[in-house]
Ligand binder design. Sequence first.
Ligand code: GLY
Ligand code: MN
Ligand code: MN
Length: 434
Amino acid sequence: MNAPDAFLRRRRDLMSLAEPDSVLIVPGAREVLRNGDSHFAFRQDSDFLYLTGFDEPEAVLVLVPGREAGEQLLFCREKDPERERWDGPRLGLDAAREQLAVDDAFPIDDLDEILPGLMEGRERIYHAVGRDPTFDRQVIDWRNRLRKQKRNVRAPEDFIGLDHLLHELRLIKSADELKRMRRAAKISADAHARAMRACRPGLTEAELTAELLHEFTRHGCPASYLPIVAGGTNALILHYVKNDRPLPDDGLVLIDAGCEVDGYAADISRTFPVSGRFTPAQRAVHEVVFAAQQAAIDRVRPGNVFDDIHDTACRVLTEGLIELGLLTGSLDENLEQQHYRRFYMHKTGHWLGLDVHDVGDYRIDGQSRQLEKNMVTTVEPALYIGVEDDLPEEFRGIGVRIEDDIRVTDGEPENLTASVPAEAAAIEDWMNVG
Ligand code: GLY
Ligand code: MN
Ligand code: MN
């Protein structure tokens, strides 16, 4: 994990952005039951992780700027040898104070009792308003309890969404964060390269999924989202995650998968022929998507706006669709009418960070946002050609997406995931070695 000071700095930065006389409350994620007494794998809340680096459930961070007895307070589980025998070690209060650089730590079981007092004399409460109705109610209850208990003290009147302040901070990645993102990118790229090389006719989507997960797991990394391993026309299903069909001998397979390192995600897509050789039609479609991706990546520069990336991809895809005979008419008319949407119905990218679809506004005052150094975005153009009778037969059922993770630098875009072959010729070379 990052040095505790990095988290301390983030908490200070956040407090400095809040209005005076505020209290800021950030709960960790809850454990979620899968069935019986088995839980889903625990994933810490990204906001909480960003501010604490603390990966246990049942924790709440409370920031009380200017409070003399301590501004940065953590509520967490106490040491409990009996429970720790079953569930593994807990950090506990003393170590939390030392290792997490908070001013004080309290038992999570005392949260209800202590929190109303921390609101005393404050005018506003910042929290993720509307994200979790149970927590929203709890915050209001604490405030109401303070009012009831102490009629003559000031209790907060305003409930303000924390998201905007916190997510602006999260949007620009620090050197520490980029280190983790590069590692997630490298392991994810290796996983794609491994699956690509393992691929051959006769395998199933499940077997390629296993190759990906093997590479993630041996580095101790969970997947950052459910992998998509889509053979043939399954690639036309944007969120295909069943990954259980035989691969088509002469078809393509689209893999969209990434892992996370300390919570930081990678998100990569590649599309390649199961046989190791593209058919002419598959290659032609792949080349259009690759050209669109290269042109779009080249737009990831400071001063350009976020929409430039998508607009560039749409232009190159449309040129290609006309060349392939999948669209007729002029380039301008097709762009204006957005005819490409029959084959390309999603956006070309999203911020990437602790969340796969990371936080941060895409528009400011109604305008597409300018790119700034150390933002990270995916660039993921695609073409999905349906199986309808009016389409040329050789292209029917082809789905191609190529996705990389790109950092805005002072100049040339940095492709964090460049090490896995993306271009048709490079893919064939990689698949046919040995
Ligand atoms: N893997 C999710 C996405 O590409 O947006
Ligand atoms: Mn993506
Ligand atoms: Mn993806």
